[in-house]
Design a protein around this ligand. Structure first.
Ligand code: FES
Length: 162
């Protein structure tokens, strides 16, 4: 687990990607979202020392960056597992059992909201609409959508991910 005393800096390749983002936008703040994605991709989650690095790099106050992180579901300010499983519990998916599937997954993997499983493979997150209501009930594993799912088919799909 990372602590605030740990160091973080972009790899040479990611610094180049960051420069590409800057070239794409008129102002540095517009590049913040892709830059946070990049930092999270490299470090797994956005610990305080990662945020401090981004703040220094972009000259954006830490508090402003933290506001952005807390606003978006896709950024994590706590350690998460290697694979993120998002289960939709909004109205359409819930009518077809989305909430029960989410609770069933937490029970099956003996975990709770976002807490990594003991092997660090997974973190689970209940979500408002994933934008795939036609697949209800549905989930997203990293960038892939699955649905309609039930508890067993969800576990089978999740287990395909290391
Ligand atoms: S309500 Fe579940 S994807 Fe829209």
């Amino acid at each position: 687990m990372s602590t605030n005393t740990e160091k973080f800096e972009f790899t040479t390749e990611n610094l180049k990607r960051y420069q590409d983002y800057l070239n794409r936008y008129d102002d540095v703040e517009s590049a913040l979202l892709p830059t946070l994605h990049l930092a999270q991709e490299q470090s797994g989650w956005l610990a305080d020392h990662v945020v401090a690095y981004i703040s220094g790099l972009m000259n954006i106050p830490v508090i402003k960056i933290k506001e952005v992180i807390s606003f978006y579901d896709m950024f994590y300010d706590v350690p998460v597992g290697k694979n993120i499983i998002q289960v939709c519990t909004n109205i359409t998916c819930s009518m077809y059992g989305g909430r029960e599937i989410y609770q069933g997954l937490l029970k099956h993997y003996n975990t709770e909201y976002l807490r990594p499983t003991h092997d660090n493979r997974f973190s689970f997150q209940k979500m408002e609409c994933l934008g795939a209501c036609e697949m209800a009930p549905c989930m997203r594993v990293n960038n892939d959508y699955y649905g309609p799912i039930n508890l067993q088919s969800a576990i089978s799909k999740i287990e395909e991910h290391q």
